[in-house]
Ligand binder design. Structure first.
Ligand SMILES: Cc1cc2nc3c(=O)[nH]c(=O)nc-3n(C[C@H](O)[C@H](O)[C@H](O)COP(=O)(O)OP(=O)(O)OC[C@H]3O[C@@H](n4cnc5c(N)ncnc54)[C@H](O)[C@@H]3O)c2cc1C
Length: 411
């Protein structure tokens, strides 16, 4: 059995690196494992919403956000089948803006911060199994590093393995898939906006959207995400939805002189805080492992970092109490729910209760004409407000309901 630690963290994405950074700063002897070598790519839209940028800055990377090859956005453009909505983004400490930064760079930077705070990092080391005492208490984990199995002892493990397969018992199901590719020379307007396309094709049988997020180096991240419900209902696959998105008239126009940079890559998403266990004796989950992707936007980097920060605080508290019981660690799960439950669970309810997003076209149309309502819509996308905050705009909401009812009668 290898050396002993106060905490072992499985996975060095944003969730794991943030856990290791804050735990190390709080004085915990922390080991961070990842099965991959860094820097490594992670298929993503690369968008850092304002709250996510705030989390990155809190890890000492505020100046790094401003590097010129990073994309910076101050506005949000949403195009649906019938509406076109434009809004400024909610403010951060850096001003009213978010960023677009390639994940190989972001994740390597966050990992660097964890290591400089004192965390020990082992790459190419895949956690395989939790170790428990005869009474069931976690005592560490087993890992595989190519040279054979190795054990690490710790009374506490944070699982930050994204959609990885460690400890199946804690897993939530995957409820969306997404694909992205980089292009050079995308010829669209408003490079200081992020562009969201809720196309009829992606929303007739469920929920989904395409995006164009500009970086600062002349490239753009072009992607599409779609609910697994849509795939099941239509019998089509993600590649097909993505290909059709690129052929939409506006996209075909923007891409007419563009050159792809590398192949398109796909990945799964676990959204909406639904069905994931976030704690048990000796274990907490963070980030995607805790199903913390926003169910409307598909955004998860900021929530992964935030949950890592909270999990590190509870790891510190558990050590202070010398109590790693499920009862103590439930404090983490409750705190997370208090912070993010409203936005995630209401978004999840919307996506699941509305049979397809096309039904909401009258709402988008009403938001187009009402500045307050369109701001609420964008804030429900950026995670700054729960989707039911649209109810605070009764004129737009009432008009949308009348139109939805009228459309259903005519159908
Ligand atoms: C196509 C796409 C677009 C997206 N766009 C955005 C966006 O624009 N903005 C945004 O905020 N979010 C976006 N997301 C979501 C975002 O990518 C995730 O929410 C984010 O990566 C979660 O971070 P994490 O640390 O939880 O997991 P990950 O980033 O997935 O990191 C998990 C790490 O765990 C490691 N690992 C797995 N299993 C093991 C094991 N057994 N042992 C050791 N290591 C292990 C992996 O190698 C990996 O490095 C998108 C997702 C997809 C698929």
């Amino acid at each position: 059995m290898g050396e002993g630690y106060d905490l072992v963290v499985v996975g060095a994405g944003p969730g794991g690196s943030s856990t290791a950074y804050y735990a190390s700063r709080a004085g915990l002897k922390t080991l961070l494992l990842d099965r991959q070598e860094f820097p490594r790519d992670k298929p993503c839209g690369d968008g850092l919403m304002p709250h996510a940028a705030g989390e990155v800055a809190m890890m000492g990377l505020g100046d790094w956000l401003e590097e010129p090859h990073h994309g910076r956005f101050t506005g949000f453009s949403i195009r649906t089948a019938t509406a076109s909505i434009r809004q400024g983004v909610p403010p951060t400490l850096h001003g009213p803006q978010g960023y677009v930064i390639r994940r190989d760079e972001t994740d390597a930077k966050l990992l660097e911060r964890a290591r400089s705070a004192g965390a020990e990092f082992r790459s190419r080391t895949r956690a395989t199994k939790l170790l428990r005492s005869s009474s069931g208490a976690v005592t560490g984990l087993m890992a595989e590093n190519g040279g054979g199995p190795e054990g690490f002892t710790a009374p506490l493990v944070v699982v930050a393995d994204g959609v990885g397969g460690f400890e199946g018992g804690m897993k939530a199901h995957q409820n969306a898939v997404a694909r992205r590719q980089y292009f050079r020379g995308v010829d669209g307007p408003d490079r200081d906006h992020i562009h969201v396309f809720m196309t009829r094709d992606m929303n007739a049988s469920g929920a989904g959207y395409g995006w164009v997020f500009y970086l600062g180096d002349g490239t753009a991240n072009v992607g599409a995400g779609i609910s697994t419900r849509s795939l099941a209902k239509t019998g089509r696959n993600l590649k097909d939805f993505y290909a059709r998105f690129l052929e939409e008239p506006v996209m075909a126009q923007w891409l007419r002189n563009a050159e792809p940079e590398g192949p398109a890559k796909s990945w799964s998403l676990k959204m909406g805080m639904w069905g994931a266990r976030r704690h048990e004796q000796g274990v907490m989950t963070v980030g995607d492992a805790a199903s913390l992707i926003h169910p409307i936007s598909g955004e998860g980097v900021g929530y992964a970092i935030e949950s890592g920060r909270l999990a590190a605080a509870w790891a510190h508290e558990a050590h202070r109490r010398r109590d790693f019981s499920a009862a103590t660690l439930s404090g983490y799960a409750r705190q997370l729910l208090r912070h993010r439950g409203r936005e995630h669970l209401s978004g999840q309810a919307l996506v699941n209760l509305v049979p397809n997003m096309e039904l909401l076209e009258p709402l988008f149309k009403a938001c187009e004409k009402d500045g307050g309502a369109s701001r609420a819509l964008v804030e429900s996308f950026t995670g700054d407000a729960p989707v039911y905050s649209l109810l605070k705009h009764p004129r737009a909401f009432g008009r949308a309901l009348r139109d939805i009812a009228g459309n259903r009668q005519r159908a």
